[in-house]
Design a protein around this ligand. Structure first.
Ligand code: KG4
Ligand code: ZN
Length: 364
């Protein structure tokens, strides 16, 4: 797969004079999404076709079904995104797409679509890392936010603590050793009988429960203080539920949800605030599906205020998967002159970080 920087073209000078309008596509998991974003921060349209209802029957995302649904919905989403933005493909400066990480079959639908549009229109093609998209969601509603800052990225597949050094430049300072935060929410929700997707259901149930009812473990990793581990917490909650069932005790699922949620958000917020203080950053952003969790947002708001840290959080609709965030991330790549070839492929395990990304894209 080729990726090239057009060092020979005065791209930035040219772009300073005119708006850059990007059509962005996202299909890495169970949302088919298309958006039109201007200059990285202005969302002209943001269309999301969710498959949640479909996968709920199975208690989680079924990759094959997700891919098929993406094929069915993709063209409609793109048409709707262009129509809501009152633009046609002629008005677009580039087409951007999530090319990893994610479910390979699901990613391939978006990648193929973006390549077809780029080929047919002759417009530049830009591949975006999904997590880079989540982080960039913060730029949309916070016009003043600029790197460097710390970002806590918590989704169904990732839990990363990242220093965003510059646009597209990241240093991962902590990550999960086992389950992602969202994965833990989903598994515990299933065990309590709340169903899929677990995060929003636990968030809601927890509002009716006592967060102090149980003291579930909050793992700290001695040799890597910013890493996370949620598998012990998950096992502890599952053991408690099984024991209660075996002993015929009634399970107060709201209390379990609230106590589990407290354990997760205290660790996430604790690590994030500590990282800001120790690394000397006074800006903290959050990103990913779990960033829409109300308890996490409340706790971080309080802790950031106490520690004189500016706290940035996207609206919930920009925390979960969407294409506007992909358009935001793509703009900064476009400005740098990054262009992908039509040999772009889906990379299901694409790591975060410029050097690795280029390596995976076959530059070296
Ligand atoms: O970012 P996202 O939409 O997809 C991935 O890239 O994974 O994140 C989905 C994850 C799911 O695990 C879901 O349960 C979790 O985010 N989530 C939440 C909430 N809303 C979504 N977790 C906790 N509280 C929420 N309100
Ligand atoms: Zn995501």
């Amino acid at each position: 797969m080729s990726i090239k920087e057009k060092d020979d073209e005065p791209v930035s000078e040219k772009n300073n004079e005119k708006d850059v309008t990007i059509l962005a596509i996202e299909s890495s998991c169970d949302e088919t999404a298309a958006a039109v974003v201007r200059n990285g921060r202005e969302v002209l349209s943001n269309i999301i076709s969710s498959q949640i209802a479909l996968h709920t029957i199975y208690g989680g995302v079924v990759p094959e079904i997700a891919s098929r649904k993406h094929v069915e919905k993709m063209n409609g989403c793109i048409r709707a995104a262009l129509s809501e933005a009152e633009l046609t493909l002629k008005d677009i400066d580039a087409v951007a797409v999530t090319y990893g990480p994610g479910l390979v079959g699901a990613l391939l639908v978006g990648v193929s679509e973006a390549k077809a549009i780029a080929f047919a229109t002759g417009k530049p093609l830009i591949g975006v890392h999904h997590i880079e998209g989540h982080i960039s969601a913060n730029f949309i509603e916070n016009k003043d936010l600029e790197p460097p800052f710390v970002c806590l990225v918590v989704s169904g597949g990732h839990s990363h603590l990242v220093v965003v050094k510059d646009y597209g430049e990241y240093e991962i300072i902590g990550q999960t050793r086992d389950d992602a935060a969202g994965e833990a929410f989903d598994k515990v929700a299933r065990a309590i009988g709340l169903g899929y997707p677990g995060g929003p259901k636990i968030d809601k149930a927890a509002r009716e429960g006592n967060p102090e009812a149980f003291s579930f473990p909050q793992a700290q990793i001695p040799d890597a203080e910013y890493d996370f581990s949620f598998s012990g917490l998950k096992s502890s909650v599952l053991n408690y539920i099984n024991q209660a069932k075996m002993q015929g005790n009634e399970l107060n699922s709201n209390d379990v949800a609230a106590s589990f949620q407290r354990a997760v958000v205290e660790v996430l917020a604790g690590h994030a605030v500590k990282a800001c203080k120790e690394y000397g950053y006074n800006k903290l952003a959050i990103a990913g599906g779990v960033a829409s969790n109300s308890a996490l947002r409340e706790l971080l708001e309080k802790e950031c205020e106490k520690n004189h840290i500016s706290f940035y959080r996207p609206s919930p609709v920009l925390c979960t998967d969407n294409a506007a965030m992909i358009g935001a991330a793509a703009y900064y790549e476009y400005k740098k002159g990054v262009r992908f070839g039509l040999d772009m492929n889906a990379v299901p395990n694409l790591p975060l970080g410029d050097r690795e990304r280029r390596f995976h894209a076959g530059k070296n």
